[in-house]
Ligand binder design. Structure first.
Ligand code: ADP
Length: 747
């Protein structure tokens, strides 16, 4: 190598060495400054790590950090304290192990665990739950996903104990509720004026305010105090279950409150010697619940009289505090005053109601009395008119007879007129008497098993003259004789006679009247139809009421028909007394009326002959016996009646004397020895009964047949007549046929 080369090499080497040195110096410099940067950074990092740890530890929340695989990457001591986790459990950094430790502390463990797993599975950005621990604490649990430089690194779980906060909130809420309830109760107590509603409102509010499980309001008014206090309202259960709730309803403890003792508060009623446990029989064999906490306070009226008590119970001991005592006492005091008011109000309301009712009924009675008085006046006017009507033809007939110049045809017609008019008057008077009996409830029936056809035939016989007199065509469809009814033959035929007579009366001459009967298994329906003026629509079924009549003067029947407005009343009564019913309708097919009677048929099939000779429409004449003249005494204070009856009997060929009072009759019995004596019942000085008794005492031999004559045909009159010694009892007027029957059949 040349020197040149050597020098060159040396200089290059020097240069290299220098630049290496420089580079090295630079590198050393850079390393130095990098080192010091790193140290700074490390210090910084340490600082922020310890800041973070300090922050974590300073937090009052429990914090747990996990990664996606449920590995614990961080936590604070508060977390461990909140769940009571021992140090060694944290070491494996396994969230699942932590969960199996904390799970049993939670109420509803399964749903708690499920929720954690769900959060792992669905990875929500945030979550929020409330966790209730078995010991009563409440934790708020929130979680948040964590990102570092945009990368998801796990989840931070934060647990916050909100038990106190919750309690405070609850207490506040409760306070607000109590205030609200007190307010409401106050309003109810001043507004409600019904004792029962008040009692319910009071016990509902007081039970809730006091925190009781059951509450009961016992109450009694002074008027009912001897019957004790009764359960008025219950809260917390149904009234009918009260006996199983465990609160007493009798016994020393119960009585103490209702005798006015101040508030009784027991933390454990079961330990109080005054408490008597209910027996299962008292509770309907159901086991009563056990009440421990007990609170009872009397309810007193304004005048300090105990009118009831509030009773509260709870199955736990020591539930009621001083506040509950205060509130319940306050409510009881308010309730006492309010119930007083309600009672006063109730009394005043009842008094007002009663006064109103009295006024109403007085008004109704007055208007009814006025109505009745009007009806009576109208009725009397009509009665006078109706009774006077037959008098004119009778008076004329008498005059014809008096003149004695009438030919035999004329005489026969006059006799027929008198007969008809007397029959009409008799019918009016009979109806009147019957209606009188109805209104006194004294219409008697003599029920027998009769053939309905007999009753209808008898009615047709009686009505036939009127139907024929009006030139009506008449059709009768009678039931088979085997259709039997349990009935009074005379009354039933009287009912159908009235219907047929009305049909004839309210149908212009030349109309048609029909009687039809149809029987089935239960009953028989009888209809009476006519082609007359029909039933006035506005009357409807009222035409069956007493004294109700249609207006006189229908266009097709201008002249009044005569009547007292009682015929249909009688018909309905008779039908109903036979277990039947009646309705009236206008005919649909043509003008006219239809009366439909339904009667139950007799269930047995035996026909027994009706045997009411006394009231039969036409008793058969005594036939077949040869005539014998009798000595007969007729006694009647009405001389005309005595005279005409005596004349009639005389015309029949008997020897007759008359007497006009009881004493005269008795004297005649001795002097005349009558075989038959007719004695009027209603005579002055001595009535017929007394006269009869005295005649019987004369002990005539042979004993005379004594017949009572009376206007009253009641069962009672007949019994009295029998007891006085009469053989017979006949109702005036007696017709000739009946007389002949009587005189003839007795010998
Ligand atoms: P009276 O015939 O004496 O007036 P009722 O009690 O028998 O009394 O009848 C009451 C009223 O019913 C009669 O006034 C009449 O207006 C009406 N009435 C009764 N029967 C008939 C009938 N067949 N057709 C039309 N109206 C009748």
């Amino acid at each position: 190598m040349s020197d040149e080369e050597d020098r060159l090499l040396h200089s290059v080497a020097m240069q290299n060495a220098q630049s290496i040195l420089l580079a090295r110096q630079r590198a050393e410099q850079a390393l130095l400054s990098a080192h010091s940067g790193l140290e700074d950074k490390t210090r910084e990092l340490d600082f922020s790590l310890s800041m973070m740890r300090a922050t974590l530890e300073a937090s009052r929340d429990g914090i747990l950090v996990t990664d996606d695989n449920a590995r614990v990457t961080g936590f604070n001591q508060q977390y461990m304290r909140m769940w009571g986790i021992p140090e060694e459990l944290m070491a494996p950094h396994d969230h699942e192990r932590l969960l199996s430790f904390v799970g049993p502390q939670v109420e509803g463990m399964q749903s708690f665990l499920d929720r954690v797993h769900e959060i792992y599975r669905t990875s929500p950005a945030e979550s929020f739950d409330l966790v209730k621990l078995r010991d009563g604490r409440i934790y708020e649990r929130s979680s948040k996903m964590q990102f570092v430089e945009g990368r998801h690194v796990g989840r931070v779980w934060v647990f916050r104990d909100i038990t106190e906060q919750r309690r405070a909130e609850d207490a506040l809420q409760k306070k607000a509720r109590v205030l609200e309830l007190l307010n409401k109760t106050g309003t109810i107590l001043t507004a409600k004026l019904d004792v029962r509603m008040l009692a319910q409102a009071v016990i509902d509010a007081a039970t809730e305010i006091s925190g009781a499980k059951v509450g009961a309001f016992f109450y009694s008014t002074a008027a009912h105090r001897d019957k004790g206090f009764s359960l008025q309202a219950v809260a917390g259960m149904a009234m009918e279950d009260f006996d199983t709730c465990g609160l007493p309803r009798s016994g020393a403890l119960f009585d103490l409150t209702l005798s006015g003792a101040p508030l009784i508060h027991l933390d454990d009623m079961q330990k109080d010697p005054r408490h008597e446990a209910l027996t299962p029989t008292e509770t309907g064999a159901r086991k009563p619940a056990v009440i421990r906490s007990y609170l009872a306070v009397p309810v007193a009226s304004g005048s300090a009289e105990v009118i009831g008590g509030l009773f509260f119970g709870h199955p736990d001991t020591g539930v009621f505090d001083e506040r509950a005592e205060r509130l319940v006492t306050g409510i009881a005091a308010q309730a006492g005053v309010s119930i007083d008011n309600a009672r006063l109000y109730e009394v005043a309301r009842q008094a007002a109601e009663e006064r109103e009712k009295l006024l109403d009924s007085e008004r109704a009675a007055r208007s009814e009395a006025e109505h009745m008085s009007r009806m009576k006046d109208e009725f009397l006017a009509m009665l006078a008119h109706e009774l006077r009507n037959p008098l004119a033809p009778l008076r004329n007939s008498v005059e014809i007879l008096r003149r004695g110049s009438a030919g035999s045809l004329e005489l026969e017609e006059t006799r027929a007129i008198m007969d008809r008019q007397i029959a009409h008057m008799t019918r009016l008077v009979d109806d009147l008497l019957d209606v009188n009996r109805i209104s006194r409830g004294k219409l008697d029936l003599r029920l027998e098993k009769i053939s309905l056809a007999d009753a209808l035939r008898s009615a047709v016989e009686t009505s036939r003259p009127l139907i024929a007199g009006r030139h009506h065509s008449f059709e009768a469809v009678l039931p088979d004789d085997s259709v039997l009814v349990d009935a009074d033959l005379v009354r039933l035929s009287q009912a159908f006679t009235n219907l047929l007579n009305n049909a004839a009366k309210y149908t212009p001459d030349g109309g048609s009247v029909a009687l039809r009967a149809v029987a089935d298994a239960q009953g028989v329906t009888v209809s009476v139809e006519d082609t007359g003026i029909g039933i006035p629509e506005h009357l409807g079924n009222r035409i069956f009421d007493m004294f109700v009549q249609g207006e006189a003067g229908h266009p097709s029947m201008p002249q009044p028909q005569g009547g007292l407005g009682i015929g249909l009343t009688l018909v309905r009564k008779i039908v109903e007394m036979h277990g039947g019913r009646i309705r009236a309708e206008s005919r649909g097919d043509c003008p006219g009326s239809r009366f439909v009677v339904w009667l139950p048929v007799s269930q047995a099939a035996q026909v027994s002959p009706a045997a009411d000779t006394d009231r039969s429409p036409a008793p058969a004449l005594a036939t077949g016996t040869s005539f014998e003249s009798r000595r007969i005494l007729v006694t009647d204070d009405n001389k005309d009646a005595a005279f005409t009856l005596a004349s009639l009997l005389g015309m029949m060929g008997h020897e007759v004397r008359t007497a006009h009072d009881g004493a005269e009759a008795i004297a005649m019995v001795a002097s005349f020895s009558p075989e038959i004596i007719f004695l009027d019942i209603g005579m002055p000085h001595m009535d017929g009964y007394e006269a009869c008794r005295r005649i019987r005492r004369l002990a005539q031999a042979p004993a005379p047949v004594i017949v009572a004559l009376t206007g009253w045909g009641q069962a009672d009159d007949k019994r009295k007549a029998r007891e006085a010694g009469f053989d017979h009892h006949v109702t005036k007027p007696v017709d000739a046929a009946q007389l002949e029957e009587l005189v003839g059949s007795n010998f």
